[in-house]
Design a protein around this ligand. Structure first.
Ligand code: SER
Length: 315
C-alpha cells in the first residue's frame, strides 16, 4: 500500500480512516475522494482530495492513473435505512460503484478493500455467535447489496486474482463524522443527546441486541487486514468483526456512570426496528482473530468514557 485512493472519504468511516492513513502512510500518499465537498472538512483541507462519483468508471480510472494508485479502499455506499427508502438508488450506487471500482482494480492490478456489514445476514441466519460461514438471506436492499458485494469480491479474487479483502462491520460508533442513515445510528446519537439534553429517545426498542465497535478499532482492523500476508488469509473475504453485543439499555447504564441523571426512553421506528431484528444479536469473530490478529481494544465502558470526553471537547 504505497498510494491509496479512498472513496466515500467524507463518510463516517472515511473521515477517520483518511486521517489515520495519512498519519501512517504519509499525507502525499493518500488520496481522499467523495461526491460531496463540504467546507471546513479536515479530509478536504489536510491532504489530497478529488471529487469522485463512483458510478462513473472513467472518473475512477483517471484518478488511479493520475496519482499512480496501487490500493483502493472503496467506502462509498448508502447505509441500511436510507437504502430501504431508496432501494433502486442503493443498488445503483452500492453495486454499480463496487463493480466499477473492482474493474479498475482488475485492470490496474490494485489491492482492494470494501466493507461488508452485519446487514449481510438475515432472519434465517443463526442469531447468536453467528459463524463466519453461514446462511445469508438478508431482507433489506442494503443487505442484498452487501451479500452480493461479498460474492462479487470473491469472484474477482478467484477468477481474476484481484487481492480483495473485506470485513463485516457491525454498528460503528465515532465522534467525528456522523453515520449517514443506518440502523445502528442510535448508538452514536445517544452520546450526543446525553451531553446536550441528559436524555435520549431511542428508535430501537429495549432488549434489541446488535454488534457494535468503536471507530479506532474499525480503522485499525482495516489497516491490519490490508497488511496481513496473503497466505495467512484462509477465509479471504468479509471477516466477521465486532467488539461488543449491546442493546440500548447497556448504553444507558454505561452513560449513567458519567451522567447519573441521564434518561433513556423509547419511540420505536418500525422500519429500523424490523431491520435490527433481521440482523444477528452477536457474531463470532474467531476467524478474524486467528487469521490476521483482529483484537479490538475498546469495551463499552472504555468507549463510553472516550466518546463523552471527545464530544465534550468539541462543544
Ligand atoms: N451501521 C450500518 C447500518 O446500520 C450497519 O452496517 O446500516
Amino acid at each position: 500500500m504505497k498510494k491509496i485512493l479512498i472513496t466515500g472519504a467524507l463518510g463516517q468511516i472515511g473521515t477517520a480512516l483518511t486521517a489515520r492513513m495519512r498519519e501512517k502512510y504519509g499525507t502525499e500518499n493518500v488520496l481522499a475522494t467523495d461526491i460531496h465537498k463540504p467546507e471546513g472538512s479536515t479530509v478536504v483541507e489536510n491532504g489530497l482530495f478529488e471529487y469522485l462519483d463512483v458510478t462513473n468508471y472513467t472518473a475512477i480510472e483517471e484518478l488511479v492513473e493520475k496519482y499512480k494508485i496501487d490500493t483502493i479502499i472503496h467506502l462509498a455506499a448508502l447505509l441500511s435505512a436510507v437504502a430501504e427508502a431508496k432501494p433502486q438508488l442503493a443498488w445503483e450506487l452500492n453495486m454499480g460503484g463496487l463493480m466499477n471500482a473492482l474493474e479498475v482494480a482488475r485492470i490496474h492490478n490494485l489491492k482492494f478493500f470494501t466493507p461488508s456489514s452485519i446487514g449481510a445476514f438475515g432472519p434465517q441466519t443463526p442469531k447468536d455467535q453467528t459463524p463466519q460461514v453461514t446462511l445469508q438471506r438478508p431482507t433489506t436492499m442494503y443487505g442484498v447489496t452487501k451479500v452480493s458485494g461479498e460474492l462479487l469480491c470473491d469472484y474477482y479474487y478467484h477468477k481474476f486474482n484481484v487481492d480483495t479483502r473485506s470485513v463485516r462491520f457491525p454498528g460503528l460508533i465515532s465522534y467525528e463524522a456522523l453515520p449517514g442513515g443506518g440502523t445502528t445510528d442510535y448508538a452514536v446519537d445517544i452520546y450526543y443527546k446525553a451531553l446536550e439534553q441528559n436524555a435520549y429517545t431511542s428508535f430501537i426498542d429495549r432488549g434489541t441486541y446488535m454488534d457494535m465497535m468503536y471507530m479506532p478499532d474499525a480503522v485499525e482492523a482495516i489497516i491490519r487486514l490490508m497488511e496481513a500476508p496473503v497466505n495467512q488469509l484462509i477465509n479471504r473475504n468479509a471477516f466477521n468483526v465486532s467488539a461488543m453485543s449491546v442493546c440500548p439499555e447497556d448504553f444507558e447504564k454505561a452513560i449513567q456512570k458519567h451522567i447519573p441523571d441521564f434518561k433513556l426512553s423509547f419511540e420505536v421506528d418500525p422500519v429500523r426496528q424490523s431491520i435490527a431484528e433481521s440482523w444477528p444479536n452477536s457474531i463470532d469473530t474467531t476467524c478474524a482473530r486467528k487469521e490476521w490478529n483482529f483484537s479490538p481494544k475498546y469495551t463499552l465502558e472504555r468507549m463510553t468514557a472516550d466518546m463523552l470526553e471527545k464530544l465534550n471537547k468539541k462543544k
